[in-house]
Design a protein around this ligand. Structure first.
Ligand code: ADP
Ligand code: MG
Length: 613
């Protein structure tokens, strides 16, 4: 007897569901894409418990007549492809005709739909079986509710992460769809709370503002370019707006949100030398071309796309974005540098050979430099002599030291017994960078920047270790911070941890936070930057490890305002620096684990001159 059996349709739907329906956000994706395909101009998404309890998508699109509504839950039911050739001309988001069947097989679905001509139909399905149907009064459009997702596939439920993580996926998805379809008004509501609302007027910048805050949206540069086969356009952030993750580059190929490694790389390449390492821009890129050149049928979840004439497209993207950034950035920067900077300062900034692009920051730096103001908090609380303070922008992400370096230095510090610091006599300074100091049996070269970083690091580590209510000061103008809804959720969750490093966030709604006060010992003039860096740190690592966060905060702060290379110190200033260094717990390495001082013994020197053998 034959062993092969034709699989029961419901079973095969459930198996397909494993591919299409991974988690609540994948259901939302299919439903919203259907609404988009149905020419909706308004799509509202209501979630309960991140979609696990229920997902409701209400659109004002074409709707379905009775016959189609019944058919829509059958496997391979699609109104979108009739012939095989159609597969190569896909303009719609859906085309496999399996989403509704799959979703219905693992949940309880209520569909209300009307095409506006006949009275509407309401269907109720459990596990893919139609249990009820009745007429319903509905304006044109579709209202589909998926309740108790995975109620009959408990194994699937086990794979799901926390409510916050699942919700995060959906917010991220709706953010992208809203960017992909600025002409559609999107509304996302979770447990009654509105998380995103776009107006559907077609302005990408307004969508960017709704997602990332007006503050960031204002710093986006429009770009547009065309080659023989492709047109690319969109918005790219000025280099001062950076993120620690590549997730903020959203790509759309003929309206479809896709992930594409090489396109991402082309964008990053466009920013080459403009961005610090490990930092990424915020970009929304629309690629348009003949659907025959863009094969979307690569993956069931349709995230991936195969692009023909790829080298041409990548070149177009890189050149277009780079050109746009250059246009906006270059001109004002050069002018300001010339008129505002005194010569020695320019030299100091140049030594890092990194373009400094944030013109507003640049101005503050220049002002600070001309004031040559010592750092008040350091002076007042540490009772240590203060040497002239100079800062410049070094766009290397100091808050993310190479992991092996930072952990090495912490481990080392914990286990190292305090080695006696040599009694040094200052001889002079080389290149405004290294202090030469001698002792009985040789001499030392001391990296002045590393030395001060170490001193400050230990100071801040102590401060951050015991955030104290008496040491707070109110800001005249509160600082504001804007984040996407999913990021805001993480920040709210981590608010207590942030308070322990001196960041007191107050929610302001719609992803905005304000900070009204900060610890008195925060490095003056860098409050906004430090808080931003700390928030960014929490967002990328989702850290709850308060010890690690404190450590990072201290490193970050110590770097903000340390004397840099190419800065000349008086003998007195050098002596004070060495005195301070002597008092440090570990004077031998900087917080990133690099050496602070290098020893040359008399014996070694004599050997070099062949005075001894
Ligand atoms: P696909 O989108 O791949 O065609 P689906 O299973 O997602 O397959 O949907 C099946 C069919 O149901 C669609 O082709 C469409 O005709 C219809 N449909 C689904 N959702 C909607 C909606 N929101 N509005 C109008 N028609 C819809
Ligand atoms: Mg579909």
């Amino acid at each position: 007897m034959g062993q092969i059996q034709i699989m029961d349709e419901f079973l095969s739907n459930k198996i397909a569901a494993g591919e299409v329906v991974e988690r609540p956000s994948s259901v939302v994706k299919e439903l919203v894409e259907n609404a988009i395909d149905a020419n909706s101009t308004s799509i509202e998404i209501f979630l309960e418990e991140a979609g696990l309890a229920s997902i409701q998508v209400v659109d004002n699109g074409d709707g379905m007549d009775e016959e189609d509504a019944f058919k829509s839950f059958a496997r391979h039911a699609t109104s979108k492809i009739e012939k095989e050739q159609d597969l190569f001309r896909i303009r719609t988001l859906g085309f496999r005709g399996e989403a509704l069947a799959s979703i219905a097989s693992v949940s309880k679905v209520t569909l209300k739909t009307s095409d506006g001509t006949t009275s509407g139909l309401e269907l109720y399905l459990e596990g893919g079986h139609i249990k009820e149907h009745k007429p319903t009064a509905l304006r044109k459009g579709t209202d589909l509710t998926v309740a108790q997702l995975f109620y009959n596939t408990p194994a699937r439920l086990k794979y799901l992460k926390t409510i916050q993580t699942e919700l995060g996926h959906t917010i991220d998805l709706i953010n992208r769809l809203a960017l992909g379809y600025p002409h559609i008004a999107f509304k996302l509501v979770h447990n009654g709370q509105s998380l995103l609302h776009t107006n559907g007027r077609g302005h990408v910048q307004q969508v960017l503002a709704a997602i990332y805050g007006t503050h960031n949206a204002k710093k986006m540069i429009a770009f547009e370019g065309q080659s023989n086969d492709y047109r690319v356009h969109g918005y790219a952030s000025m280099p001062e707006v950076t993120r620690a993750s590549k997730n903020y580059m959203s790509l759309f190929v003929n309206g479809r949100w896709v992930k594409h490694f090489l396109v991402q790389k082309a964008i990053v390449d466009a920013y080459h030398t403009y961005l610090p390492i490990e930092r990424y821009p915020l970009v929304v890129l629309y690629i348009e071309g003949d659907p025959q050149l863009t094969d979307v049928n690569v993956h069931p979840a349709k995230h991936q796309v195969r692009l023909s004439k790829e080298p041409e497209l990548l070149k177009l993207i890189e050149e277009t974005i780079r050109g746009a950034i250059r246009n906006v950035i270059r001109a004002p920067l050069v002018e300001q540098k010339k008129e505002k900077m005194a010569k020695p300062i320019t030299e100091q900034i140049n030594i890092w050979k990194q373009p400094v692009l944030d013109t507003t920051k640049m101005e503050t730096i220049v002002e600070k430099l001309s004031e040559q103001q010592p750092q008040r908090t350091y002076e007042a609380t540490a009772e240590r002599p203060v040497i002239a303070e100079v800062q410049e922008e070094r766009p290397v992400p100091i808050q993310q030291p190479a992991p092996e370096l930072s952990s090495a230095s912490t481990v080392e510090e914990a286990s190292m017994k305090k080695e006696p610091f040599p009694a040094l006599e200052v001889v002079g300074q080389i290149h405004g960078t290294y202090i030469v100091a001698q002792m009985e049996d040789g001499f030392y070269l001391i990296d002045q920047h590393a030395a001060q970083e170490r001193i400050k690091y230990e100071y801040f580590r102590e401060k951050v270790g015991e955030v104290n209510a008496n040491e707070r000061q109110a800001l005249l103008l509160p600082l504001t911070f804007h984040y996407a809804a999913d990021e805001a959720l993480i920040l709210q969750e981590q608010a207590a941890a942030l308070e322990q490093v001196g960041v007191f966030l107050e929610e302001f709604g719609h992803g905005s936070f304000i900070v009204r006060e900060y610890p008195t010992w925060f490095p003056v003039g860098f409050e906004q930057e430090i808080i931003e860096d700390l928030l960014e740190q929490v967002l990328t690592t989702r850290k709850t490890d308060i010890k690690k966060l404190r450590e990072e905060a201290a490193i970050m702060m110590s770097c903000k305002r340390s004397i840099k290379a190419n800065y000349y110190l008086t003998k007195e200033q050098m002596e004070r620096l060495l005195d301070d260094l002597r008092k440090a717990e570990n004077p031998f390495t900087c917080p990133h684990g690099r050496p602070v001082l290098v020893h040359f013994s008399t014996y070694e020197v004599e050997k070099m001159f062949k005075r001894v053998m």
